[in-house]
Every structure is written in structure tokens, then in C-alpha cells.
Design a protein around this ligand. Sequence first.
Ligand code: PGA
Length: 253
Amino acid sequence: MRRPFIAANWKMHKSPLEAESFAAAFLPLVEKVTSVDVAIAPPFPALERLGRALARSPVALAAQNVNAEEQGAFTGEVAPGMLVAVGCRYAIVGHSERRTLYAESDAMVAAKAAALLAHDVLPIVCVGESLEQREADRTLQVIETQLAGSLASIPKERAAEIVVAYEPIWAIGTGKTATPEMAQEVHAMIRERLGDLFGAAGAEIRIQYGGSVKPDNVAELMSQTDIDGALVGGASLEPESFAQIVNRAGGSA
Ligand code: PGA
């Protein structure tokens, strides 16, 4: 019912030319995978060139951030319409690096997600707890608050189109993955809350796991009931490892 969805988050890596070379190497490696949605989120300057390289492929283009405003005096920011103009299908919002390093609040994330949807760019809304919060047994409470705040402006009738990414902060870029059971526990709670917020659409929303996803752990993570895909950082930077993740998510070795 929910189509698996694997997205690459390149963070602040790769020039336009490097992004284009990546596409040339990557696309033939995932040609046979038809059961998985795939997206790549490069830095802003690489969007247009990567978009051209992906144009005749099923791999979608995604942004890593957006501003909620339409246009105006917002130095350094990028508007939703600009993402549409270069062909973005998705945009990541509320990544923990944005929340912690750039002080993004749930309210800001909510405004961004709603602005994206209004432009038919599908938001990938990230939530996740810190190590300190997990150790204090506050994980579920933290995630619940982030969800309620970050999804507050999503119209119910469009809720099924959004994507939620659960990324425990302590697992990002550290090599420490949540065990499939630990991740499923949080994903199940997220699913329940999505049901409370959006009714039947809650069962249709794809929930990705993120945090040190690699070719050798993706299949086990995705075998869990409420894990519908992955948001991949480090292991998405090489065409071979990202292609392996996509292939394994699609059920082949
Ligand atoms: P990682 O990053 O795969 O390098 O842990 C994931 C993310 O931050 O989205």
C-alpha cells in the first residue's frame, strides 16, 4: 500500500559537475528497481544540473531546505516557487541540523511544509530526539511535540502526500543505527499520532528512518511494519553504496 521511498540527503557536499557525474554512474545501477521511489537532495547550486541529468529517469529531485515566503527581502533564502522552477518534487524540512545549528522551530518547519505543499512540492518532515532526551526517557514525548508542531499547517485532505522522516540525532553520521526494533517502536507511535492528526490518511503517509543507514542494514530496517523507507546521508554520497541501498530496499541483493 505504501510505496517504499529512499531519499539521499547530500548535505553540503558535491558541486553541480560532481552531481551530474554521480547521476551518470548511479542511474544504470538502479535501472531494474521499479518498486521503490527514489529522490536525491543536492545543495541548491546543483539542483538545476542534477535535475537535467535525472530528467528522463524515475529518480526525483529534492531540496534540503526552503523558505516559507513567496519572495522578498530575505537574503540568502530560497522560495518554494524557485524549487518548482528547477523541477523539485520533494524538499526536506526540519532536519535536525537545521533545528540545532540554525534554530529552526516547529512553527518554522510547519510554515515551510505548508508552503511547499501549496506549490505541490512534497515535504519530507524530519523529527528526532537527542541522546540526552532518549536517555531521560523522553523520546516519545519529544517526537509527539515535534509532530504536532511541525505538521500543524498541513491540510487534512493533502496529508497523505507528505513524508515523515524519523532521525534519532544520536544515530546521524555516527555509525550508530537504532536497532530495527527501537526504530519500529518510534515509527509505530508516529503512525498512531498521524492517525490522530489526519484520520485515515495517517495510514498512507510514508515514514522514513534516517541515521547511519547503510547497504547492510536497510533491508532489516525496512522489514519493520511502519518503516517505509530511508533518508540517507553519508552512504548516499557514492553511487555504488546508494544504489545498493535502493536495490536492497526493492528486495534484491
Ligand atoms: P547519515 O545522515 O545517513 O549520514 O547518518 C542521515 C541524515 O542526516 O539525513
